[in-house]
Design a protein around this ligand. Structure first.
Ligand code: GLY
Length: 322
């Protein structure tokens, strides 16, 4: 039994490990760990307190997948319901669908008995105001809902040097089953309705007990285009060892053209229980916690450089994300 996670999931890992030790399923452990991150208003990349979109509205993406039967559920661009990962689980368990978005996801959350609440905290609102003010005047911001040219602002607003975040958790339970979960408020000041990799099977997460599991944080558009989480697992299915599979999947990002390439991170495990983390940022870490340990330990991620560019700035490197 073990948990592998991004560092910002530390807040939920003890509770998740207690569940695993009591014989709970991997999905129960993933859900409880991620719920703790979603409830942590000090984490501005996930759930309550997450940084909002350009309009100042918090929109959440989350998804999970079980490795024993490849079942999966997700929500995207979900407003007003903080427990995105639990709603994603309900999508998987109660519907013949895999992904719900926007108002449909919120409607389903209400039907499932989830309580709506305000996700935009005062610190996040202040950060939004300050984050946009270098480019927008106070008057611009006051009237932002009426604008018809938000697209003009989005390249500056989602500059990866100033934004980032997401949480990843992979669990293996007493029966050896894997589950992976991801939750995020997405890129700060994103265009309304923007969906990243976090709720997309194969992009932000993937799990298959026979080969392994993987989950991403970082520039979601890149993971979507390269099908990064699935690539890692697919490379292992093809027989590559975990370290090589992760390095290859990261190197694949160098094949992406276009003007918007930033940073990427992922965690991964193989079917033997080996674990690893990878990042385009030097000095990044992830968490590993197995049942015999008292607490999670930080493990260095393997640094794999990937070329980054943003708009006309081809040397952009971006800040480290958890
Ligand atoms: N990786 C999270 C996002 O791009 O939204």
């Amino acid at each position: 039994m073990f948990l592998v996670a991004s560092t910002n999931a530390a807040i939920g890992l003890t509770q998740a490990m207690t569940l695993l030790r009591d014989g709970a399923s991997a999905i129960d452990a993933v859900e409880v760990a991620i719920r703790a991150v979603e409830a942590n208003a000090d984490d501005h990349s996930v759930g309550v307190g997450g940084y909002p979109n350009l309009l100042g509205e918090v929109e959440l993406d989350a998804g999970l997948m079980q490795g024993h039967d490849l079942t999966s559920g997700s929500v995207a661009a979900l407003k007003q319901y903080p427990q995105a990962i639990s709603i994603a689980r309900k999508v998987m368990e109660r519907l013949p669908h895999v992904l719900l978005v926007g108002t449909g996801a919120a409607r389903f959350a209400a039907e499932m008995g989830f309580e709506p609440s305000n996700l935009l905290t005062e610190p996040a609102r202040e950060a939004w105001t300050k984050g946009l003010q270098p480019e927008m005047s106070v008057e611009d911001l006051e009237h932002i809902q009426e604008r018809h040219d938000l697209w003009r602002w989005v390249e500056i607003a989602t500059d990866p040097e100033r934004t980032g975040g997401t949480t990843n958790v992979i669990a293996r339970d007493i029966d050896g089953h894997l589950c992976v979960g991801v939750s995020t408020s997405g890129w700060a000041w994103k265009y309304p309705g923007r969906v990243g990799d976090s709720p997309l099977v194969g992009a932000g997460f993937y799990a298959d007990d026979r080969y392994g599991a993987a989950a991403c944080t970082g520039a979601g558009e890149m993971a979507i285009r390269a099908a990064t989480a699935h690539s890692i697992v697919m490379y292992m299915k093809m027989g590559l060892p975990l370290m090589e599979a992760g390095t290859r999947a990261m190197a694949d990002l160098n094949d992406l053209g276009g003007r918007y390439l930033a940073g990427m991170n992922f965690i991964a495990v193989d079917s033997h229980g080996n674990h690893a983390g990878f990042s385009t940022y030097e000095g990044a870490e992830y968490l590993y916690f197995e049942a015999s340990m008292e607490e999670p330990v930080e493990v260095p991620r393997t640094h794999v450089p990937v070329k980054a560019r943003w708009g006309s700035n081809v040397s952009c490197v971006g800040e480290r994300v958890s």
